[in-house]
Design a protein around this ligand. Structure first.
Ligand code: SF4
Ligand code: SF4
Length: 387
C-alpha cells in the first residue's frame, strides 16, 4: 500500500481507520458507474432514473413528483451538466468520471510565495469570493485516488493521472438549501443537490483559474479522480458520521464537497475532532429512517456488503445497491438520512449553536432527547406556496 502523504495529518486525528486489507477504489465500482455495466444494478428503473434528468420518463406521483418538481430539479443541474458534457465525445464526463479540463493556461511567470500561511489565507478569501461556503487545505494522499477512472465511451478503465508537482488539495464545501432538503424525498428536494453541484462547478473552475493565473498548476475536481470525504476530514472541515457524510460545525451534514489539486505552496489545516463519533454511537436516527435499511446500526466495520464499498477501511458503510435501488424507484435522489440527522441545523443561529455544544459534550444524550420530533418531511407543495 502506498501512502504518499505530503501533509502531516495523522489518520487518528482525522478519524480514519485504514487496515492492512486496504485497496484503492476503482471508479468502475462506484454505484453510479455500475448502473451502466453491472446487471446487478442496471435495470429498467435505473435507466428511467437517468432519463428523468432529461425530462423523460418522469413519473407523476403527486406532491413533489410533478412536472414542475422535475423541471426545477433538472434546471438546477444545468450549469453542472453543461460543464460535464463538454468533452463527452472524448469519453470524459468531467466532474464525475474525469477531472475538469483547464480553461486557463498556467501563467508563464509564477507569483513568488514567501509565506504559505498567508497564501492559504488568501486562497480561502478567494474561495469565499467565488461562493464556496467552506474551505480547508490538506496534502495529497494517493490512497484516496481512484486506481483507474472510466472512459465513458465504452466504460473501459482509463488512467487516472494528475500533472506533476501537485502537493496540496483545497477542499471546498457547498451548502445545500435547507428548505428544500426538508422536503426529501422529492424531485423538488433534488434541486438542492443540483444547485449545489452547479455552484461547485462554477466555484472550482474559477478558483482553479485564479491559481493558474498565479503561475501554478490547479486541477478542478468534483466527484472525479479521488474520494472527497477523507480529504474533507484531513482538511479539518468536519467529522465522519453514520450516514456516510461529513458533519461540519457550520452546516452539519447539509453540504457537498469539491476539491482542487494544486502545486501552489500552501499551509495545511488540521482535523479538529469534537465528538461527532461519540454522538453517532448513541444515535441511529438515519439508519432507522432509511426506507430500505441501507445504513448500519452497529459500530464501524471493515468492508461492506458489495463491491461499491471501499476495501480495508473501518467505517460506517451503506449498502449502495439498496440505496441506489431506492433512488431508481423514486427517479430522484434521496437524502432522508441527511434530513433527519440531528446535526442538520443552521448553526449560524444561537439556539442551534447551544444545542451543538450540548451534543458534543458528555451530555449528548440530553441533546438527542431535545432532538425528538425534529427532522420530519415538509410537504413540497408547501415549499412552492410559501412566500
Ligand atoms: S440516501 Fe435514502 S436510501 Fe440511501 S442511505 Fe440515505 S436514507 Fe437510505
Ligand atoms: S442521524 Fe444520528 S447516527 Fe445518523 S449521522 Fe446523524 S447524528 Fe449520526
Amino acid at each position: 500500500m502506498v501512502k504518499e502523504l505530503h501533509s502531516d495529518v495523522s489518520d487518528k486525528a482525522a478519524g480514519i481507520d485504514v487496515t492492512d486489507g486496504f485497496e484503492p477504489f476503482a471508479q468502475r465500482n462506484d454505484i453510479f458507474t455500475r448502473a451502466f455495466w453491472d446487471p446487478a444494478v442496471r435495470c429498467a428503473r435505473s435507466d428511467a432514473f437517468f432519463a428523468s434528468y432529461r425530462m423523460e420518463a418522469t413519473p407523476r406521483r403527486g406532491d413533489g413528483f410533478g412536472q414542475r418538481d422535475f423541471a426545477l430539479r433538472n434546471a438546477s443541474w444545468l450549469i453542472s451538466d453543461v460543464m460535464t458534457d463538454r468533452f463527452a465525445d472524448q469519453g470524459r464526463r468531467e466532474g464525475f468520471q474525469a477531472p475538469i479540463s483547464a480553461d486557463t493556461p498556467v501563467a508563464p511567470v509564477a507569483l513568488k510565495v514567501t509565506d504559505s500561511n498567508e497564501m492559504s489565507r488568501e486562497i480561502k478569501k478567494v474561495a469565499r469570493f467565488f461562493k464556496a461556503d467552506l474551505c480547508g487545505i490538506t496534502g495529497v494522499d494517493s490512497r484516496w485516488h481512484y486506481s483507474t477512472r472510466i472512459d465513458t465511451r465504452d466504460l473501459s478503465d482509463a488512467p487516472n493521472n494528475l500533472p506533476e508537482g501537485i502537493t496540496s488539495v483545497i477542499v471546498l464545501g457547498h451548502e445545500m438549501d435547507a428548505d428544500l432538503v426538508d422536503t426529501y424525498p422529492a424531485a423538488t428536494a433534488g434541486a438542492a443537490t443540483g444547485r449545489a453541484y452547479s455552484q461547485e462547478a462554477a466555484t472550482v473552475m474559477q478558483l482553479a483559474a485564479y491559481i493558474r493565473n498565479l503561475g501554478y498548476e490547479a486541477v478542478p475536481s468534483m466527484n472525479d479522480t479521488a474520494l472527497v470525504i477523507p480529504y474533507a476530514l484531513q482538511a479539518g472541515l468536519g467529522e465522519y458520521a453514520r450516514n456516510q457524510m461529513v458533519i461540519t460545525p457550520q452546516f452539519g451534514p447539509r453540504l457537498r464537497f469539491s476539491k482542487i489539486f494544486t502545486s501552489l505552496p500552501l499551509a495545511h489545516d488540521s482535523p479538529k475532532p469534537q465528538g461527532v463519533r461519540a454522538f453517532c454511537d448513541i444515535c441511529t436516527k438515519c439508519a432507522e429512517a432509511c426506507p430500505v435499511k441501507a445504513l448500519p446500526f452497529g459500530p464501524p466495520e471493515v468492508g461492506g456488503t458489495n463491491i461499491s464499498a471501499l476495501k480495508g477501511v473501518r467505517k460506517w458503510t451503506s449498502d449502495a445497491e439498496k440505496c441506489f435501488g431506492f433512488w431508481a424507484k423514486l427517479a430522484s435522489d434521496c437524502a432522508i438520512c441527511l434530513r433527519v440527522c440531528p446535526f442538520n441545523r443552521d448553526f449560524r443561529k444561537w439556539h442551534h449553536r447551544l444545542w451543538l455544544r450540548l451534543a458534543l459534550s458528555p451530555l449528548r444524550r440530553v441533546a438527542l432527547w431535545f432532538d425528538r420530533g425534529r427532522g420530519g418531511r415538509k410537504k413540497p407543495g408547501a415549499w412552492w406556496s410559501a412566500p
